[in-house]
Design a protein around this ligand. Structure first.
Ligand SMILES: Cc1cc2nc3c(=O)[nH]c(=O)nc-3n(C[C@H](O)[C@H](O)[C@H](O)COP(=O)(O)OP(=O)(O)OC[C@H]3O[C@@H](n4cnc5c(N)ncnc54)[C@H](O)[C@@H]3O)c2cc1C
Length: 453
């Protein structure tokens, strides 16, 4: 039976950074990645959710220097983003948050990013194993904490510390944490993937030259139903872009009026599938082109140029650090479908957990991630709450009224004046909603809620 100081379940950005920092601080660290095949990777690797954009200030949140990220990972620097409502558009050219990265952000090759993180973890001395699915964890607390991980091949691994980095599907996280919860409030209740995740679907397509905007992200709001459901176009390299969308799981078509939502049709008997939504989006936005003018780039993505993922869309939980366990990244509910942001949260929480476990200070983990990311969490949770019941006209009103509030977290008197009464009302609503999450009230499960710790 192999024994290590720190075992990590999942080799995405969160788990790999945990392994990297644990090894760098002198611990023996083993990252266990089940391994997912992709058309654009020779061998199975982490499940590299490949719609990757990073905003300027996220580089700082990840604690990377701007020139530390290898050039080959960055597909494009970005100049801005367009938020397109049914009839109003809001374009921004800066995030409005101080940042050392000299552009609005960048679109990147997520598989290459994951490979780079893995190289850094291995160079620091961590072991990264692909092909080992963790099927269960048992924690023995009779003398401190010891974790026994069982792999799908029957092998067992014993560790002093455990980092749960299995992403939004939480294949191991929920059951492992529920060793310490009372039956009336479990982690499975608050982080049930079928309830708190979105589905994300995207296609790699070549875009006709005269409409390709290589340096802008595009998001359409208020044209498909569901809380924080929206399609996007992310430029890649060449003339390739990822055209995708995210929406909550299990929406019922009968709850929505097709006349209200531009991407629904009167004939729909169920919520359209991702591929149908994308076809309708392209037809609506670029009526002078046929779908064939946007050919699928089949050697990219997971399979045939397409990919489907789960994406976390909830609020973060604290970890049971007294049991020697840290939950990081998507697994902890710390990433958000609202702004697609997550890689920065994954990297930073992973780094913190790895370092603190290696130095025997894991009891500081919950405070440490809140110190590092609290402002970001509060802003995103507030914005997601604010737009919870938005319909198409609300998006138009918002985009029409203010350039400064949406997705930027920054507003000032000039922008309020410029956007008139509606803008003032929006700012007031934003402030009121934010007050609900004052301090760390965006946390939905605290260490003290683990009643069997
Ligand atoms: C379509 C889409 C677009 C996105 N766009 C962006 C974006 O533009 N910018 C951004 O910052 N974020 C974006 N995100 C979010 C970002 O991808 C996630 O926040 C990030 O991947 C979370 O990292 P993670 O390491 O926590 O989890 P993941 O990347 O999900 O990694 C978890 C890993 O654990 C492995 N695993 C799971 N269960 C087991 C098990 N039992 N045993 C062993 N291994 C296991 C999986 O194979 C996977 O590799 C996007 C997400 C999606 C789905």
């Amino acid at each position: 039976m192999e024994r290590v100081d720190i075992a990590v379940v999942g080799g995405g950005p969160a788990g790999t950074c945990a392994g990297w920092k644990a090894a760098e601080h002198g611990a023996s660290a083993l990252v266990l990645e089940k391994g997912v095949p992709r058309a654009d990777r020779d061998e199975p690797g982490p499940d590299s959710t490949d719609a990757a954009g990073i905003l300027d200030y996220w580089v700082d949140l990840m604690e990377f220097e701007p020139d530390e990220i290898p050039e080959e990972i960055i597909l494009r620097n970005l100049d801005g983003a367009d938020f397109i409502g049914p009839s109003e558009t809001l374009s921004i050219d800066e995030t409005g948050i101080d940042a050392s990265y000299p552009h609005f952000g960048f679109a990147f090759d997520r598989a290459a990013f994951d490979d780079w993180l893995r190289e850094r973890a291995e160079a620091a001395g961590a072991t990264y194993r692909v092909g080992d699915t963790v099927v269960g964890v048992e924690t023995d607390r009779s003398d401190g904490h010891t974790h026994t991980l069982t792999l799908s091949n029957g092998e067992e691994i014993v560790s002093d510390y455990l980092v749960l980095a299995d992403g939004p599907q939480r294949t191991v996280t929920n059951e492992t944490l529920d060793q310490f919860t009372a039956p009336d409030r479990t982690i499975a209740d608050v982080l049930d993937p079928s309830r708190v995740n979105h589905i994300a679907y995207q296609e790699h397509r070549e875009i006709p030259a005269d409409i390709y905007e290589p340096h802008r992200l595009k998001f359409w709001w208020g044209i498909m139903p569901g809380h924080t459901a929206y399609p996007w176009v992310f430029p890649n390299d060449g003339r390739v872009a990822r055209v995708g969308l995210t929406m909550p799981i299990g929406l019922d078509i009968d709850d929505y009026d097709p006349k209200q939502w531009a991407l629904l049709s009167e004939d729909d008997e169920q919520i359209p599938r991702g591929t149908e939504y994308i076809e309708r989006l392209l037809k609506r936005e670029y009526p002078e082109y046929d779908l064939e003018d946007f050919p699928l780039v089949e050697d990219r993505g997971k399979r045939g140029g397409t990919e489907t993922y789960a994406i976390s869309s909830t609020r973060p939980i604290e970890s049971p650090t007294a049991a020697g366990i840290a939950v990081v990244g998507g697994a902890m509910g710390g990433t958000s479908a609202f702004h697609e942001g997550g890689d920065h949260v994954a990297v930073r929480t992973g780094k913190l957990a790895g370092k603190l476990a290696a130095t025997g200070e894991l009891d500081r983990y919950n405070e440490a991630w809140k110190d590092a990311l609290g402002t970001e969490f509060r802003r995103n949770v507030t914005m997601a709450k604010l737009v919870e019941d938005y319909g198409p006209s609300d998006w138009d009103r918002t985009f029409g009224a203010t350039e400064k509030l949406v997705n930027r977290g920054a507003y000032n008197v000039t922008s309020m004046l410029r956007s008139g009464l509606t803008g003032v009302r929006l700012v007031r609503q934003y402030k009121q909603t934010k007050r609900q999450f004052e301090g760390d009230n965006y946390v939905q499960f605290r260490e003290s809620d683990y009643q069997r710790l």
